[in-house]
Design a protein around this ligand. Structure first.
Ligand code: SAM
Ligand code: DTB
Ligand code: SF4
Length: 340
């Protein structure tokens, strides 16, 4: 099995017996099919998403992941949305790799607050071997606390995914971020295929794949469909799909240039992800602090069943734990694994 960029074409040809065995399989979801979903009347789209959601999940249970930035800022890459890129003046203070004990204290606090997964993020293009080794210790020890483990460390080289898996890493997060056609306008220091290669390494090593993207970067509806189509056509599609709304951080290029996205278009993106990846955990990710409770409720209705839980994302804010508990309570929703 190999993960490759799926052909971008308006509609998939029907597979029939006379096509040679070399013909690549038709994508499960063409860009046009996803775009048609995104353009449905809102109520029809949400109705379909709810049906798919309820066929596959307890629609009132939400998985809670807590993030920790274990190495902050000073990143060599030029991702146009990111406050941690060294080349943008965003006021983020650089912080070297955290000490194991400090990471464990944060993980214990997350567990005690009711999170089931702990995700460690590092502002690296990718880890060097000497940087990976202390992270392996963190994974081992966080896992021993009874938490699911996730890490997002950038691109992985040959053999690194295996080391992470052996240390007990359950999920590796690496986002496709946007459609291949729009990607070059957002990031130039690595390409789309680099991302697919890392996802393939994660998959081959036997870990769960966490991969999603950002909306509100200035992409059009076809490009939003292109992102969902790419994710849905990974074989198999990711177990975990974070959908981030761009958090505009002053000093990043996109904070200046990206046109504001209608929140209902964000909800539509969640719904399309739910329909195209029925068994994936779709995470309502960055951008919740700027979202009304009503929009978040619509995201849950559209099939989101995971959130980042805790007062911070990596460098930006997230709704306070008390506020999230109150929101879930108001909606009659509850954490997947554990009561807080
Ligand atoms: N350096 C690693 C990498 O790029 O894979 C890991 C950390 S990186 C911050 C993880 C993801 O956070 C990015 O792929 C992007 O989708 C998301 N992200 C970063 N800045 C964001 C922002 N301002 N708004 C929304 N999502 C953001
Ligand atoms: C993901 O898709 N979103 C998270 C996590 N994976 C690593 C990160 C969001 C970052 C938002 C900006 C910040 O806090 O720096
Ligand atoms: Fe670096 Fe990751 Fe931010 Fe890109 S998204 S600048 S790779 S920390």
């Amino acid at each position: 099995m190999s993960i490759q960029a799926m052909p971008v074409k308006p509609s998939a040809p029907a597979v029939s017996a006379h096509i040679s065995p070399q013909t690549p399989p038709a994508p499960r979801w063409s860009v046009a099919e996803v775009e048609a979903l995104l353009l449905l009347p809102f109520a029809d789209l949400l109705y379909r998403a709810q049906q798919v959601h309820r066929e596959n999940f307890d629609a009132n249970a939400v998985q809670l992941s807590t993030l920790l930035s274990i190495k902050t800022g000073g990143c060599s890459e030029d991702c146009g949305y990111c406050p941690q890129a060294a080349r943008y003046n965003t006021g983020v203070e650089n912080q070297d790799l955290m000490k194991l004990n400090d990471v464990l204290a944060a993980a214990r606090a997350a567990r005690d607050a009711g999170a089931s997964r702990f995700c460690m993020g590092a502002a690296w293009r990718g880890p060097k071997q000497r940087e990976l080794e202390p992270v392996l210790d963190m994974v081992r020890e966080v896992k021993a606390l009874g938490l699911e483990t996730c890490a997002t460390l950038g691109m992985l080289k040959e053999g690194q995914a295996e080391q992470l898996r052996e240390a007990g890493l359950d999920y590796y997060n690496h986002n496709l971020d946007t459609a291949p056609e729009f990607y070059g306008e957002i990031i130039t220091t690595r390409d789309y295929q680099d991302r697919l290669d890392t996802l393939e390494r994660v998959r081959t090593a036997g870990m769960n794949v966490c991969s999603g993207g950002i909306v509100g970067l200035g992409e059009n509806v076809t490009q939003r469909a292109g992102l969902i189509s790419q994710l849905a056509n990974l074989d198999p599609y990711p177990e975990s799909v974070p959908i981030n709304m761009l958090v505009k951080v002053a000093g990043t290029p996109l904070a200046e240039t990206a046109a504001a996205l209608d929140p209902l278009d964000f909800v539509r993106t969640i719904a399309a992800a739910r329909i195209a990846m029925p068994k994936a955990r779709v995470r309502l990710s960055a951008g919740r602090q700027e979202m009304s409770e009503a929009v978040q409720a619509l995201c849950f209705l559209a099939g989101a069943n995971s959130i980042f839980y805790g007062d911070r994302l990596l460098t930006t804010g997230n709704p306070e734990v008390e506020r999230d508990r109150a929101l879930l309570d108001k909606l009659g929703m509850y954490p997947l694994h554990k009561k807080y």
